[in-house]
Design a protein. Structure first.
Ligand SMILES: Nc1ncnc2c1ncn2[C@@H]1O[C@H](COP(=O)(O)OP(=O)(O)OP(=O)(O)O)[C@@H](O)[C@H]1O
Length: 288
């Protein structure tokens, strides 16, 4: 563990009925954005709730800023701002009332950012939360979470009801929010744009099992698609994970290219895989 780590998770395991999460080992350093990616029911929300001490693990430890979240000392809470997927008990409050309740709890509350987000997202702050559409509720919820300016921002599927222009606005806001360099974001998301444009790391879960924590750029370079000039040789090709007609996908481009070269097989084109394809491969093949 680096003493600067904002979050340190060690050998975490959790059972919820017949669902098992873990073991999870994860370190989050300042200045990074980690997307938590996985199939439905893979344990993304469960993991986030464990970090927030809203669920108790069977095994393992979670430290926020070097403080155990399941210890007696609750000082770690000032280092985390969390937006859950759903909020309970907000329906009869207006945005202004919620802001007046929440802002005083956070010494670093950024009122200018709150006002800017309300304006950019066109949130009517005088309407009751329960009367807002799901997308506007998400926008208000974000405007009540990001300006807390806690070093670790945890967002659970923050954009799934939001329209496309608003998603772009949020990405810009989050990029600006990261500017000071000592903050981190963990974002659970199925939105490919959130993952592609925001994340430095992808923490991938499949049915409660950790597939890996991948540096995004390395992951993108890990795969390549080739359009071969001739027929694909019948013999096994190192790295090839899929062959259809003359199109070959490799998860080890250097080995594949070496093989093609020594076997004198030319290719017309080579491209990276789309992030969507890579995630699909990770979640269906479950290995790298
Ligand atoms: N309150 C609960 N009671 C019983 N089982 C639960 C509860 N909450 C979650 N689970 C189970 O835990 C597992 C993980 O759920 P979780 O919500 O963490 O997944 P997720 O990856 O966030 O899913 P999604 O992508 O659909 O939001 C699922 O099998 C789910 O059925």
């Amino acid at each position: 563990m680096n003493s600067n780590s904002l979050l340190y998770i060690e050998n975490l395991e959790k059972d919820v009925d017949d669902f098992h999460l873990g073991p999870v080992n994860l370190t989050i350093e300042p200045g990074t954005i980690t997307a938590v990616v996985g199939n439905n029911g893979s344990g993304k929300s469960t993991l986030l709730k464990l970090i927030l001490n809203l669920l108790q693990p069977q095994m393992g430890n979670i430290r926020v800023n070097n403080m155990l979240v399941h210890g007696d000392n609750e000082n770690w809470k000032q280092f985390v701002a969390y937006q859950p997927q759903t909020t309970i008990g907000w329906d009869s409050f207006t945005g202004t009332m919620l802001k007046d309740l929440i802002a005083p709890l956070y010494p670093n509350w950024d009122e200018l950012l709150f006002q800017k987000m309300i304006e950019l997202f066109h949130v009517p702050v005088d309407k009751r939360f329960g009367k807002l559409s799901q997308g506007v509720q998400q926008k208000l919820n974000l405007a009540l979470t990001i300006p807390r300016n806690a070093p670790l921002l945890i967002l659970d599927e923050p954009t799934n009801f939001m329209d496309i222009p608003s998603k772009k606005i949020l990405i810009d806001i989050l990029v600006d929010w990261m500017e000071p360099g000592n903050r981190s974001i963990i974002i659970a998301s199925h939105q490919i744009d959130d993952i592609r444009k925001l994340s430095d790391y992808l923490f991938v879960l499949h049915n409660g099992e950790v597939i890996g924590n991948f540096e995004k750029e390395e992951l993108m370079e890990h795969y390549a698609r080739y359009w071969l000039a001739g027929a694909v040789p019948e013999t096994p090709i190192p790295g090839a994970i899929s062959r259809e007609g003359n199109v070959l996908i490799s998860d080890n481009p250097s080995e594949t290219e070496h093989f093609l070269e020594i076997n004198n097989v030319k290719w017309n084109n080579r491209s990276s895989l789309e992030m969507e394809d890579i995630i699909t491969l990770l979640l269906t093949k479950k290995e790298l």
